[in-house]
Design a protein around this ligand. Structure first.
Ligand code: R5P
Length: 310
């Protein structure tokens, strides 16, 4: 079975890098919009009988990118593809992983059902907001971790301290700790509005240390702004580093982060740069991680060392 890599409009640059690392060109796919907004997708007829990997993050505009992923799968199936894998480096709606209040949709579960129904045999994704989302799928989910790539890129020193900016980031901080051998501090955070958060407490010693704040995603920058303010008040050195797999940087995020004493904002290219990014942004390429996973899956080889275990 021949390997083929296709892209939607969310991740063309990353998909091309993945294909290049696999020693091939991206397969042809065409995505057009009719005047009424409807999507039209067609793919190369050579996908017949192939092992097809569709690379598409479901970042903003989330629904547009999700629909493209589903239509690409439909086109490939109808064209006779032998096996379809959704490669979703950033999985949108991941923060909707449960009902926080009574009558809410669980967006991540709805997305999982749609992806399954579209005919995918498997999903490959990176640093899910909530690892338990894997359980929303009945098909296999290969949950890759970008932690090693990020840890290698961050400039840590003996005076550094890893900081989880909320309780949800503690496991992630522990993964970095295993690689960087640094102490961990944890912030107790409360969200006030969509873009405003407040620090309620800090556990761990940050005085005279240089913090490395680790999170799965930066959206409006509210979490980072609050964490940085709190860490400075607790006596850390004003040389703060931020590490986050997914850089969404929506709204005023870049302006907000630019106003902080940050040395480095390290993120990856799971999302393409469509908004302003902070001046200190340093981008780590996840194409080697994705290409490694795709190559192994295609050859039916294990990929244990690429997976996230939390
Ligand atoms: C929340 O649980 C996530 O891990 C991030 O901390 C959050 O999504 C970041 O959002 P923002 O940048 O808007 O504070």
């Amino acid at each position: 079975m021949t390997l083929s890599v296709l892209a939607g409009s969310a991740s063309p640059w990353l998909a091309a890098r993945v294909a290049e690392r696999l020693g091939m060109s991206l397969g042809r796919s065409s995505l057009q919009r009719f005047d009424d907004g409807e999507l039209h997708v067609d793919v190369d007829e050579r996908v017949r009988g192939q092992d097809v990997y569709i690379v598409q993050s479901t970042g903003s505009p989330v629904d547009t990118h999700a629909m493209e992923l589903l239509f690409l799968a439909d086109a490939c199936q109808r064209a006779g593809a032998a096996r379809l894998t959704a490669v979703v480096p950033y999985f949108g709606y991941a923060r909707q992983d449960r009902r926080a209040r009574g009558c809410e949709a669980v967006g991540a579960a709805a997305m999982a059902r749609l992806i399954e129904a579209a005919g995918f045999a498997r999903v490959v994704t990176v640093d899910l907001h909530a690892p338990a989302i894997e359980g929303f799928f009945r098909i296999p989910v290969e949950h890759l971790s970008a932690t090693s790539l990020l840890a290698a890129a961050v400039s840590a020193t003996a005076s550094s301290v890893l900081v989880a900016p909320d309780l949800g980031a503690v496991k992630l901080a522990e993964r970095f700790q295993a690689l960087l051998h640094l102490p961990v501090a944890v912030i107790h955070k409360t969200r006030l509005t969509g873009s405003m958060v407040e620090m309620r407490g800090l556990f761990g010693d940050v005085r005279d240390r240089t913090p490395i704040v680790v999170d799965d995603m930066i959206t409006t920058g509210g979490t980072i702004a609050s964490a940085v303010t709190g860490l400075l008040a607790a006596g850390c050195r004003p040389e703060i580093r931020i590490v986050s797999t997914h850089g969404l940087f929506v709204g005023e995020a870049a302006t907000r982060l630019n106003a902080l004493p940050l040395r480095q904002v390290t993120t990856t290219n799971t999302l393409e740069r469509v908004t302003d990014w902070p001046a200190q942004a340093q981008v780590v390429d996840v194409a080697p991680l994705l290409a490694g996973a795709i190559g192994r899956l295609h050859r039916d080889q294990p990929l244990a060392e690429l997976l996230s275990h939390t």
